[in-house]
Design a protein around this ligand. Sequence first.
Ligand SMILES: Cc1ncc(C[n+]2csc(CCOP(=O)(O)OP(=O)(O)O)c2C)c(N)n1
Length: 358
Amino acid sequence: MNKLIYLDIIPSELHQVMNEKGILVKNYQPKLAPKKIVETYKKMVVGREVDKKMMQWQRIGKMLTFAPNLGEEALQFGCALAMDKKKDWLVPAFRSFHLMNELGVEIWQLFLYWNGNEKGSRFFDNVNVLPINITIGAQMSQAAGLGYAFSLKRKKSVAVTFIGDGGTSEGEFYESMNLAAIYNWPVVFCINNNQWSISTPREKESKVVDLSIKGIAAGVHRARVDGNDLLASYDVMVEALEHARSGNGPVLVEFVTYRQGPHTTSDDPTIYRTKEEEEKWMKKDPIDRLYKYLVSQKLWSIEDQDKLIENSKSFIQEQYDQMVLMNNTSIDDIFNHTYETLPDDLQEQKKIAKKYFE
Ligand SMILES: Cc1ncc(C[n+]2csc(CCOP(=O)(O)OP(=O)(O)O)c2C)c(N)n1
């Protein structure tokens, strides 16, 4: 009598092409041209400077809040590089700063969002990015819906969406994947597995050995990739997008990474995780790894690095200044964007707000 099976004993292979020392696996040829890798590396470095600055601004009251992306740069830039910015759509998670920016959302618009301004969710018309939906899981359903629309209109577009490791325990994660799989809708569901869901560690979120296994229940193709490896993340996304675009149905991609910073500016990770754990993951840092690779290829130097960081300061300040310029709001703005027709109780609140604040 041995009728019970336990599939979790077969974890998915972790796809990696560049190790922590910046060395490529034997016989691997990057699919990206050296110039493109350098250009992307520069964006990753500047992106990290933006991240650090946001934390400082929040501490001195110049930014309302922020969910830092520190350590999660490679998977975001790798994914953006693989997407077709004219055809594909992104349904972001709240921790998709670089990805949104790469797909056309301006940094000052993202600053507006994190300063609580509705305008930070209103992007330019040619930008294929939906606003951040802070209700975790909802982005999965929206992406499935987009996939349905592409399928109805016979468009060669793919909806790409992101969710955190903790978010994969939400019902909507499975429900959306299930529906998209049944009808072969072109969606790439991505898990940003950064090991923590605020203070809940990965092992307390789900019993499965790796999160990509959750794709089996929905009958979708899946991949598990080192999310700190830019080239591997790019390769996997190219394949996943091609699969979905060709009418083969959705794909689930798990990016394995680490949230180096706090959950948001109101969190203190020193209370719930160890220095040893943080140090272990620091050795896998995506930017350090790419730096070592580029230096070994004589494509980059410490002088280039210093110059880039120095020059980024004025660019980041300009983005902040633009945000300040746009950071006015009206009572109407606060009420107007959720309902087509405002319900009675909100009409009443709006009247009161206008009376006291306008
Ligand atoms: C439906 C829902 N429940 C709870 C929250 C509160 N919340 C915001 S972020 C978060 C943790 C998310 O963790 P994870 O999905 O792992 O993403 P990460 O923050 O690590 O990127 C929670 C519980 C929410 N926004 N939406």
